[in-house]
Design a protein around this ligand. Structure first.
Ligand SMILES: NC(=O)C1=CN([C@@H]2O[C@H](COP(=O)(O)OP(=O)(O)OC[C@H]3O[C@@H](n4cnc5c(N)ncnc54)[C@H](O)[C@@H]3O)[C@@H](O)[C@H]2O)C=CC1
Ligand SMILES: O=C(O)C1=N[C@H](C(=O)O)C[C@H](O)C1
Length: 250
């Protein structure tokens, strides 16, 4: 069996260094490039990389993906910072490179994927909902990509069920006290030394609350998802948004 030729971008970072170890340990993969900031992307073409794993920075990911997609290198992306504008650009590159696949996974952790799924399921049954994400203080962005995706899924489910805007009688508040508004869902971001990646989705209605919580206690929790993405992305041309599409959750 020929091994899949894999490159890791952001290889010296917190996630990238963990991904380098995971790819090296996978029997069906060969790590052909481990690139850091400033390393030329031409190493991807020179080493014949088939799949690039991007774990860099929101400021870097678009240039990396343009390079990969236009050369037919499939990509598994954990890097955050996705907006509709960025996704439209990426889709344009993919349209011009049929056969190339890109997976963007807001979160590679199975527990986080399930949290998003369960939050979407629960959304229509509760009047109130808030998302709290808690991360290490080195995190580049706030709120987290996972929290934004969770809030969007919850908001969509509320709309589909015809729920009105949730109640909030706040008439005065310090800026930021009610968090960021993502599609009508308040999202709060905590940055604390000692944490890795955590999220709570709080639901409430008359006389009861319901809380979903997920904790990534170590970045190894993301690696089965990264490897699954690498194994599946070349057979999924175009854009796949969310690891759930590569999992049998039903
Ligand atoms: N989807 C998921 O499950 C997860 C996603 N992430 C995301 O992954 C990204 C990286 O997170 P961390 O590893 O914590 O950050 P980090 O700052 O520890 O690592 C990023 C690394 O990428 C390097 N880099 C920046 N631009 C580059 C470029 N153009 N080419 C090659 N290397 C480049 C940096 O020098 C740094 O070494 C963030 O967007 C984070 O939110 C993090 C954890 C899980
Ligand atoms: O930067 C991180 O650490 C993480 N980033 C992703 C996000 O923004 O959702 C995934 C996870 O929360 C860890």
């Amino acid at each position: 069996m020929s091994k899949q030729r894999v490159a890791v971008l952001g290889a010296r970072g917190r996630m990238g260094s963990e991904a380098v170890r995971a790819v090296e340990a996978a029997e069906d993969m060969e790590l052909v490039a481990a690139l850091g900031r400033g390393d030329p992307l031409d190493a991807l073409a020179e080493t014949g990389a088939e799949v690039a794993v991007d774990l860099t920075h929101p400021d870097s990911v678009m240039a990396n993906l343009e390079y990969c997609v236009t050369r037919g290198v499939h990509a598994v992306v954990g890097t955050t910072g996705w907006t509709e504008e960025r996704l439209a650009l990426l889709r344009g590159w993919l349209d011009a490179s049929p056969g190339t696949g890109v997976l963007i996974a807001p979160n590679f952790g199975i527990g986080a994927v399930l949290t998003m799924r369960f939050a979407r399921q629960a959304a229509r049954f509760f009047e109130s909902v808030e998302v709290v994400e808690l991360h290490h203080p080195g995190k580049a962005d706030a709120p987290s990509g996972t929290a934004v995706r969770t809030a969007q899924l919850v908001a969509e489910a509320r709309r589909d069920a015809g729920l009105p805007a949730q109640p909030d009688a706040t008439s005065t508040a310090l800026d930021g006290a009610r968090g960021a508004d993502v599609d009508g869902v308040p999202v709060h971001a905590v940055r604390l030394r000692g944490l890795v990646a955590h999220q709570e989705v709080l639901f409430g209605d008359e006389g009861e609350t319901f809380t979903l919580r997920h904790d990534s206690l170590h970045r190894s929790s993301f690696m089965p998802g990264v490897l699954l993405g690498v194994r599946r992305v070349s057979a999924a041309p175009g854009l796949t948004f969310g690891l759930e599409h590569f999992l049998d959750l039903d």
